[in-house]
Design a protein around this ligand. Structure first.
Ligand SMILES: *Cc1c(COP(=O)(O)O)cnc(C)c1O
Length: 402
């Protein structure tokens, strides 16, 4: 089939809940992908940070094969040899005590919401069912009914009610608003340290520290959704580590935890919180299966051994510097941390989509987030010379579309 034919049957038989760029990918290796015509591109999206390790990392391919040849699924009705070591290694990596594995990011967020509510009833003494969770405007935590219930994006929410109650929304980055929103029924504050889907929104310096202190003072759980920002993406193991002395009660991970191979997510916390689940209360058929657990172990190992986080920091800063040097009347701001970079265009630029299409023609696959932001988030093992190549192409596109 030609690329055109593949796109046509995808649109005819597949639901239209995405608006992809017109390119059919057939192969990937490292930072590179190839389309059905054999044209080569740098992947500047990395599957929204699920590909921090790049495409088909050899050590991860090996891990998949090894475990596939041994055991793939067991269910949690039995123990498997990978789950325990996975939980221990991830807990240590996060400086936490306990792990609950799931599959998708949204499931991990749901899990965190459930355990925060239970913690509120059991430990904080909130009356059933009065628990409230505070979240931020422009949040993105996934697509389930409960999660979209507290989304502020009409597109994600408006046609899908009735909604789950128990959430309060404050402006992102506003510590005073957080303090004011807290009531005796508040059990948790759920926040992304940098808002990814909203357009790479970095909060004011000190916000996370203040949020930490406010939560501590009021006996409210601080829950960081680091599904997109975690595991090296922002140049630190976790984005919240840019602010000293901030320790979440609950850390929610996904995306890159699966090494670009498999969906693996997790809630990571301490015993006082995660220890509250008793058997039967929560579960997942696929969560914590030996294939997932082994892949995630190797994904963590590679992240550390290959210094992907350090590379993300260095190359990310370099990339951002180069982007800031581009002279164009269309560019409003370049922002981000590490290799999670957003380039915001002025409204008059005619939308980010046409820039992404032009970049695609130049061999860079980027995706607009909302209408006016281009996200640059390549695999974390990208090298300086590839960034130089990319910057040249980006400059060319801005010149042509000026
Ligand atoms: C992607 C993402 C999710 C949802 O993950 P899925 O695996 O798509 O369910 C949740 N939170 C954040 C911050 C994300 O970036």
């Amino acid at each position: 089939m030609t690329g055109r034919e593949i796109m046509d049957i995808t649109e005819e038989y597949g639901a239209h809940n995405y608006h992809p760029l017109p390119v059919v990918l057939t192969k990937g290796k490292g930072i590179w992908v190839w389309d059905s015509e054999g044209k080569k591109y740098i992947d500047m999206l990395s599957c929204y940070s699920a590909l921090n390790h790049g495409h088909r990392h050899p050590k991860l391919i090996k891990a998949v094969k090894e475990q596939m040849n041994k055991l793939t699924l067991t269910s949690r009705a039995f123990y498997n040899e990978q789950l325990g070591p996975f939980c221990k290694e991830l807990a240590h990596f996060c400086n936490m005590e306990m792990v609950l594995p799931m599959n998708s990011g949204a499931e991990a967020v749901e899990t965190a919401v459930k355990i925060a509510r239970k913690w509120g009833y059991i430990k904080k003494g909130v009356k059933h069912y009065n628990a409230e969770i505070i979240v931020c405007e422009n949040n993105f935590h996934g697509r389930t009914v409960t999660i979209i219930s507290f989304s502020t994006e009409p597109l994600y929410r408006d046609e899908f009610g009735p909604f789950t109650p128990g959430f309060k929304v404050i402006p992102f980055g506003d510590a005073d608003a957080l303090e004011k929103a807290i009531t005796p029924n508040t059990v948790a504050f759920l926040v992304e340290p940098i808002q990814g889907e909203a357009g790479i929104n970095v909060p004011p310096d000190g916000f996370l520290k203040k949020a930490y202190e406010i939560c501590k003072k009021n006996n409210v759980l601080l829950m960081f959704d680091e599904i997109q920002t975690g595991l090296g993406r922002t140049g630190k193991p976790f984005a919240h580590q840019y602010e000293e002395g901030v320790k979440p009660d609950v850390l929610i991970l996904g995306k890159a935890l699966g090494g670009g191979m498999y969906p693996v997510s997790a809630v990571v916390s301490n015993k006082e919180v995660l220890g509250l689940f008793t058997w039967g209360e929560h579960g997942s058929t696929f969560g914590g299966n030996p294939l997932a657990a082994y892949i995630a172990r190797v994904a963590l190992k590679v992240l550390i051994e290959e210094r992907l986080t350090e590379n993300s920091y260095e190359i990310g800063n370099y990339f951002m510097e180069q982007l800031r040097k581009i002279k164009s009347r269309h560019i409003k701001e370049v922002r981000g941390k590490g290799l999670l970079i957003g380039l915001e265009l002025h409204k008059e630029a005619g939308g980010a989509r046409r820039f992404c299409e032009a970049l695609m023609n130049e061999g860079l696959l980027c995706k607009e987030t909302h209408d006016h932001v281009i996200r640059f988030a390549p695999p974390l093992n990208i090298r300086k010379k590839d960034i130089n190549f990319a910057v040249k192409k980006i400059k060319k596109v801005f010149k042509e579309l000026d």
